[in-house]
Design a protein around this ligand. Structure first.
Ligand code: URA
Length: 236
């Protein structure tokens, strides 16, 4: 349930003051009945809201977990190259979705798409520190000294200091799991380069409470469950 005045203002068509006036003048109908007090709560999907006789379209918030394939841009549009939005149905494409953060064109894995700007803002804020876990295959193994360097915080070639990060060595260390609490440009590739190795393959496997399941193929996506939306701080 949401307050009617907030709901009207959230469409971006009127300011809070204008909404108040519209209601006072009896121009807002809920199920055909004028509602004059903004504090009234309604369930947007269950009622018909009209303003000046026209139906009000309330855009619901959408949260999509995409398995981004390599070769696709983490962007909403591009004149020449395929973007992650091109992977969605036309109906979803009309919902104003955008990726929360970016994966490089050649990186695969979990990408959250939403039209919840507040949530995206919060998740991307430097102090949000949402853990992101990546699987990487390298051209040569890393070892214990590299794990310790990651834990201390890597300084990149340009002098940029990274926060402490997790490095889990898988097998002989040529495959690793990296856990980041921040998101700098090409961060994993640059951190690994600072240790003298090169990333040959990179895939994000989790972001906070969201995990990329094995059953979701490259280019496939699904809506977040209500529990997941709540866990990431969205509005179910
Ligand atoms: N780090 C990278 O280097 N690339 C990505 O796409 C994500 C993290």
């Amino acid at each position: 349930m949401e307050r009617l005045d907030k709901l009207l203002a959230s469409t971006g068509r009127w300011s809070r003051r204008e909404v108040k006036l519209l209601m006072k003048e009896g121009r807002v109908l809920v199920n055909g009945v004028p509602v004059r007090g903004g504090e009234e709560k309604v369930e947007p999907s269950a009622v018909r809201i009209q303003v000046d006789g026209g139906d009000l379209e309330i855009r619901t918030r959408t949260y999509i977990l995409l398995h981004k394939p390599a070769g696709v841009l983490s962007a909403t549009e591009d004149p020449r190259q395929e973007t992650v939005l091109d992977l969605l149905t036309p109906e979803l494409r009309r919902q104003g979705l955008f990726p929360v953060g970016r994966l490089d064109k050649d990186t695969e894995g979990l990408l959250l798409l939403t039209n919840d700007g507040d949530l995206a803002h919060r998740l991307l804020a430097p102090k949000s520190h949402v853990d992101k876990v990546y699987y990487a295959r390298l051209d040569r193994p890393l070892g214990e000294a590299d794990r310790e360097a990651f834990a201390r915080g890597i300084t990149l070639a340009d002098g940029l200091k990274c926060m402490s990060a997790g490095l889990e060595l898988l097998g002989d260390g040529q495959e690793v799991l990296v856990t980041l609490h921040e998101g700098k440009f090409h961060q994993i590739k640059r951190m690994i380069a600072s240790r003298g190795a090169t990333v040959c393959y990179l895939k994000r496997i989790s972001m906070g409470p969201l995990h990329l399941e094995q059953t979701l193929g490259r280019g496939e996506y699904r809506h977040l469950s209500v529990e997941e939306v709540i866990k990431i701080g969205g509005k179910p």
